[in-house]
Design a binder for this molecule. Structure first.
Ligand code: ATP
Ligand code: MG
Length: 140
């Protein structure tokens, strides 16, 4: 396992507001290359599996409901130190606490509708990349 990929999703709030282009612009300007990408919509079973680590938490049902509410953009991003650098680029989970200039500060509206996802470890990045894409679709 390497440290050069991360998995992002542009979440339904940001897609419905027309922010796909702006967010992809921020991501590529920051030095990430797109290694895989698609517009898709998660089913309830997909969202429950993707976010399985949060099952049982108070916000889980709301999270699944929101993440299945409309299309998302899923993408594998490539860059040295991708996971850590991407989480710095997107900012804190709660946009109220996100640093100036971060994607969540600019485009997120709340803790649940927070515009983007970023993997939290190299192991998660690998699992999440293969959740959305076949090996032959990942140009990493
Ligand atoms: P993500 O995994 O989407 O990149 P994250 O790693 O910053 O976000 P997690 O702790 O993994 O945050 O939570 C997953 C998602 O669940 C968050 O992005 C957020 O939308 C939602 N969430 C987390 N905590 C809460 C909460 N206390 N109230 C409402 N929603 C929450
Ligand atoms: Mg997370």
């Amino acid at each position: 396992m390497t440290n050069n990929i991360t998995l992002t999703m542009i979440k339904p709030d940001a897609v419905s507001k027309g922010y796909i282009g702006k967010i992809l612009g921020e991501i590529t300007e920051a030095g990430f290359a797109i290694a895989a990408m698609k517009l898709t919509q998660l089913t309830k079973a997909d969202a429950e599996r993707f976010y399985a680590e949060h099952k049982g938490k108070g916000f889980f049902d709301e999270l699944v409901e929101f993440m299945t509410s409309g299309p998302i953009v899923a993408a594998v991003l490539k860059k040295e130190n991708a996971v850590e650098d991407f989480r710095r680029l997107i900012g804190s989970t709660n946009p109220e606490n996100a640093a100036e200039g971060t994607i969540r500060k600019k485009y997120a509206e709340s803790m649940s509708k927070n515009a983007v996802h970023g993997s939290d470890s190299d192991a998660s990045a690998d699992r999440e990349a293969h959740f959305h894409f076949a090996d032959r679709e990942i140009f990493a």
